[in-house]
Ligand binder design. Structure first.
Ligand code: SF4
Length: 409
């Protein structure tokens, strides 16, 4: 019997690009993207939203990098983000360099906004040196005026030509680490543009209906465009653009892929922090151990494994349950509130025990049963760790210094 995927048209073969640890194209699972709505300079607020988006199903998150403070924010955010970060560069070449200095895992350039060939080539050359892929993000609403005039407006040919022109600049500096989007707010125009793009390119395609508006109409427009193309085998990564909390975008993307049989539905959802300079435990090893111990128990919850108690419970406060390392202990938390502190070697066993109880008894009962001294113990551990490592455990100040120098050039 055919798999759900085989019942649909075979997927188009595309090249593969890698954004952080996420592979796009070349047969990789279709990934879900979303975009933060916070000011990128607001590090804690942006990270909180990134964690929420990851919890809702986003594999990659895009942040605006439109000013110096945003680039500085990225220098702090990227080492602590659970998913790769793409910087959206608006009109200024130097913001691309600043975002690269901050350590972004991908850039998005809009050919309609950044128009000078020399500048585009310089960005591509530096992205190449750093191994950072770029999305050529063509948008019907901001098409290069010359191309729009040549085609009598935003036609599928015009959108695809805009991407081709950008690609030629990239190829002049031997840069090929590219994905492409040809978005429009008109669903028929978007579908026709991507069909044409998939005939012309073998680069991975990022699908989306731009400015789709608020739900439910925005969801229907997004689904009409994205699902039609996915069912035809076109598309490697997707984003819903809704006038709503971006969590709805991530959730919708995930649900659409599950509905089409393109991503698996899982009961247990385990997330882990990227383990930055603050990590107190081997996050990868504990996450693996926890996955093995929790899987197959029919626990429909999200569990977060976090490297440190300084930021972990706050970053993962949208998870049902989590544990954060620090000072040879595991700090168990439910929806961000510390409920128990256990020795480090008992972290996974305590997590399994609490997960079982949480599902059986519910959040309120488990919060009520919290160890009354746990919050204070966690606060003391947090303070001691901040004393030991200072407030810049990820050396963001070094990157910020480089950002300042680039922007002063
Ligand atoms: S180690 Fe701490 S600060 Fe670093 S990513 Fe993990 S939880 Fe966040």
């Amino acid at each position: 019997m055919e798999t759900p995927q085989e019942l649909l048209t075979t997927r188009q073969t595309t090249r593969q690009v890698t954004v952080g640890a996420v592979k796009i194209g070349g047969g990789a699972p279709i990934s879900v993207q979303s975009m933060t709505t916070t000011k990128t300079a607001d590090v804690e607020g942006t990270l909180e939203q990134i964690y929420e988006l990851a919890a809702a199903g986003a594999d990659i998150v895009r942040c605006t990098c439109n000013e110096e403070a945003a680039a500085e924010g990225l220098a702090h955010i990227i080492p602590r983000s659970p998913v790769p970060i793409i910087a959206d560069i608006h009109f200024h070449q130097e913001m691309a360099f600043a975002a690269l200095e901050a350590g972004v895992q991908g850039l998005r350039l809009n050919p309609g906004n950044l128009r000078k060939p020399e500048e585009i080539k310089q960005i591509a050359a530096e992205a190449k040196d750093r191994g950072v892929p770029i999305r050529i993000g063509v948008n019907a609403g901001s098409l290069h005026p010359d191309i729009a005039a040549k085609h009598g407006g935003a036609t599928p040919e015009a959108l695809v030509e805009s991407a081709e022109v950008e690609l030629r600049y990239f190829h002049e500096v031997d840069f090929d680490d590219v994905k492409i989007s040809v978005k429009a707010s008109s669903v028929p125009l978007m579908i026709a543009s991507y069909r044409l793009a998939s005939e012309r390119f073998d680069y991975p395609l990022h699908l989306g209906v731009t400015e789709a508006g608020p739900p439910p109409a925005g969801l229907i427009k997004g689904t009409a465009g994205i699902a039609t193309l996915l069912a035809e085998g076109i598309g490697d990564t997707i984003r819903y653009s809704l006038t709503a909390d971006p969590v709805e975008e991530a959730r919708a993307g995930r649900q659409l892929l599950e509905a089409l049989g393109l991503r698996e539905r899982k009961d247990l959802d385990l997330i882990a922090c990227p383990s930055c300079g603050r990590a107190e435990v081997d996050v990868i090893a504990i996450a693996r151990e926890a996955q093995a111990a929790l899987e197959g128990r029919g626990l429909p919850i999200q569990v977060a494994i976090m490297g440190c108690v300084v930021n972990g419970p706050g970053e993962a406060k949208h998870a049902d349950l989590g544990i954060a390392g620090g000072r040879k202990k595991g700090h168990l938390f439910i929806q961000g509130q510390i409920v128990r502190v256990v020795p480090e070697d008992q972290m996974v066993a305590a997590l399994v025990d609490e997960a079982e109880r949480l599902v059986a008894e519910g959040v309120e009962a488990r919060l009520a049963a919290a160890d009354k001294s746990a919050e204070a113990e966690a606060a003391a551990d947090r303070a001691a760790l901040l004393d030991e490592k200072g407030s810049d455990a990820n050396q963001a100040s070094v990157k910020i210094e480089k950002i300042h120098r680039r922007l002063a050039e």
